[in-house]
Design a protein around this ligand. Sequence first.
Ligand code: TRP
Length: 357
Amino acid sequence: MSPTTSKPRILTGDTPTSTGLHLGHYVGSLENRLHLQDEYDCYFLIANVHAFTTLMDKPDQIRANTIGIVKDWLAVGLDPDRSTFVLQSEVPAIAELTFFFAMLLPFNKVMRNPTLKTEIETKGLGDSYPFGFPMYAVGQCADILAFRPELVPVGEDQEAHIEMCRDVAAKFNQMYCGVGNRVPPEEHVKAGGLFPVPKAKIGRVARLAGTDGVNKMSKSLGNAIFLYDSEKEVQKKLNKITVQADPATGLVPQSHALLQYCDAFLPKERAAAIRAEYAGGKDVMHGHVKAELGAAINALLAPMRERRATLEGEIGDAKVAEVIRRGTSKANAVAEETLYLAKKALKVDFGARRLSF
Ligand code: TRP
């Protein structure tokens, strides 16, 4: 629980390696965050230190992306008056915890982390990535545990990281807080553990296909519908989707992007009716389905586009600076409290330096 509210805490974050959110981000994670803002004390982290793992030579770009991401969040409806926006590089407790947590993870286990392996492949990092690259996965455990949250809403691709974070929390509680090995994860705090063993919360749609109909929606694959595409652009992208029957069955596969979009953006009954038409082998009017989807998606995006437009330029930059300052200051109070308690458990609490807690 949070000291300032009686609500349980949540932490999640984004790495500012790019800006420009798309529908995949929305249904995979952002929508979840929007709903959780009422019931939870939410912390949203901009992982700008992690951005240096792949863009270390581009600090200007990281800075611009950081501002862009916060604008994206505001435009989508994340609300800095209800939730806390945190800038990772200004929370020293995260860096301090990272080193201690690195002792709780076997090196080879980190290197086998499937999320890291996939990233090394898809980003073409080969074997020349810096030491700090795999280190970010340990850092992510500290991002999370510094806030002692119960839930971590993330996309499916982050599950391995949350699993590692659960390992670290459990090990810390067992090694330094006297929690027995048989205590189930959900009872660690009750048994004297400092860290709740947090759970991942995966979005409504784990993987949304892109407009190429096959691959996961992604900026780099050029198959994304962005949250700030114009109405016309959205419809144009939908119209270009090719819908072909599988020659073996004569049917449009139920996994097709268009049908995924029906599930994601149309009312349930309507999506089911369209799916049934395709499954029945009828000559469905794709154009009509695309128009219906275009209208639904544009209705969803209209308020986001409007809000994003008010955040352009210096006025928006000033707003971003203000929410980062305010949020990070509040976040540091929580993270320093965690650090204080962790140092006590680690028996390194000599009071040699005053924490702001
Ligand atoms: N690694 C996450 C991503 O690429 C971003 C992130 C950093 C994060 N720290 C976090 C997500 C802590 C959840 C919790 O999407």
